[in-house]
Design a protein around this ligand. Structure first.
Ligand SMILES: NC(=O)c1ccc[n+]([C@@H]2O[C@H](COP(=O)([O-])OP(=O)(O)OC[C@H]3O[C@@H](n4cnc5c(N)ncnc54)[C@H](O)[C@@H]3O)[C@@H](O)[C@H]2O)c1
Ligand SMILES: [Zn+2]
Length: 395
């Protein structure tokens, strides 16, 4: 008999091209009379904010528009969004955008419900209870934040990204309308799309649920890989392999956009139950030294971490190669395949191309080693020397 595992998701998932038109009816059934719509000026100019406002307005729901979103949001952006929420007192919060705006909405909803500021909840499972109605509507296909238990912001004072994990952070509603991603520019499509693949591969090759090394007395949303998480990860890998190149090359390719929206959501369901691992730990460290988007940093590091994780995960790597469309039973094929996919869609290839210097690698390795709640999801525990080796190979 195996170990006991759990699976959490958004309260409701509504998926499909044009799904946003149903938002008024759904929000009414959720009992919402006024909502704070958290988005940003780019999405407003692209006409996407209006696509969400319209069905809400037609259903008689008051929309309090907040365009304070920004890529990789800072603590200040979160505090500004929260200040508006404390003034407006909406019934619900809607995050419209990529992971950045969806996370901003999560940060706001939890602090409006439980008080305090984002820093009070940093870490794993620190929210005392459920949060107010939260709706997430992704306009990128990548982060999976629409279904995930995570939110992230950057603390400029410490120069690091801080995250919190809680199953209470999963949106009440994830409304995924692939048509909203058609205007996503190629670089954002590539960076967020490779993040979805990283989520899926990290979950698929994670430590087994039976052996998840959670210290006694600690709780975590992450629990190591289990059958349902792996099923989601398998689908996400295969969909990203099939659709990511096309979505980057031609943004209006409806089939590719739908495929990637699904890949991102499945990737989010996989990682937010199983966990993310060494790629994410290294990326947080790298991004605190050089400017790089979350997805691009992850995409750059992925093949190097897969190589490190190969011993003990050979069969899984063979399956990844197969899911990515290869026939050979050779695990290294999976690594070559993700490396060439990343290169083809324009993910930076070397840390030095991001402006990293040799003398940054040791402090990056030190920072990575401190991310214990992510590292314990990795199938193989790295030493500082191992991390230096991985960073050197990516340099
Ligand atoms: N909460 C989670 O589970 C989770 C998971 C992974 C990553 N993240 C976080 O998500 C953030 C990255 O999110 P992202 O990759 O989705 O990008 P993003 O949200 O940072 O968006 C990048 C840019 O693309 C623009 N954009 C987004 N959709 C568009 C569209 N359809 N048309 C035109 N422009 C569009 C945005 O306005 C923004 O300027 C990071 O902060 C990362 O740490 C969170
Ligand atoms: Zn990620």
């Amino acid at each position: 008999m195996g170990a006991t595992w759990t699976f959490h998701s958004a309260g409701q998932i509504v998926f499909g091209p044009g799904a946003v038109e149903q938002l008024g009816g759904i929000a009414t059934r959720m009992g919402l009379r006024s909502v704070q719509l958290v988005s940003d000026p780019v999405l407003d100019s692209a006409g996407i904010v209006e696509k969400v406002k319209k069905p809400l307005r037609e259903a008689g729901i008051e929309v309090l528009l907040d365009l304070g979103g920004e890529p990789e949001p800072t603590w200040q952006a979160a505090m500004a969004c929260l200040a508006k929420a404390r003034e407006w007192r909406p019934d619900g919060i809607i995050g419209l955008g990529g992971g950045s705006n969806m996370d901003l909405a999560k940060l706001t909803a939890k602090c409006l419900t439980h008080g305090g500021e984002p820093g009070d909840y940093t870490g794993d499972d620190r929210l005392p209870g459920p949060i107010m109605p939260l709706v997430c509507i992704p306009t990128t296909a990548g982060t999976g934040s629409e279904v995930s238990c995570a939110d992230v912001y950057t603390d400029p004072r410490q120069g690091i990204k801080l995250g919190s994990l809680s199953n209470h952070l999963r949106p009440r509603l994830a409304l995924v309308d692939p048509l909203l991603t058609h205007s996503c520019p190629p670089k954002v499509t590539a960076d967020s799309g490779i993040d979805a693949l990283v989520h899926a591969i990290e979950a698929f090759t994670a430590v087994d649920n039976e052996g998840f090394p959670l210290p006694a007395g600690q709780r975590s949303c992450y629990q190591g890989r289990h059958p349902m998480g792996m099923a989601m990860a398998r689908e996400a890998i295969s969909l990203a392999g099939k659709h990511l190149r096309r979505a980057v090359a031609k943004g209006t390719d409806a089939e590719a956009r739908s495929g990637m929206a699904l890949a991102a959501m499945y990737g989010g369901l996989a990682f937010s139950n199983v966990g993310v691992a060494l790629v994410h730990a290294l990326e947080y460290a790298v991004a605190s030294f050089v400017p790089v988007s979350h997805g691009a940093g992850n995409g750059l590091l992925l093949p190097h971490v897969m190589r490190f994780n190969l011993p003990g995960r050979e069969r899984d790597m063979v399956e990844i190669a197969r899911l990515l469309g290869h026939g050979e039973l050779e695990p290294a094929r999976a690594i070559d395949s993700v490396a060439s996919l990343a290169a083809e869609i324009g993910i930076p290839q070397r840390l030095r191309d991001l402006g990293a210097r040799q003398d940054m690698l040791a402090p990056m390795a030190e920072k990575t080693l401190a991310m214990t709640r992510i590292l314990r999801v990795n199938p193989r525990q790295p030493t500082v020397g191992d991390l230096m080796g991985i960073l050197q190979s990516a340099y």
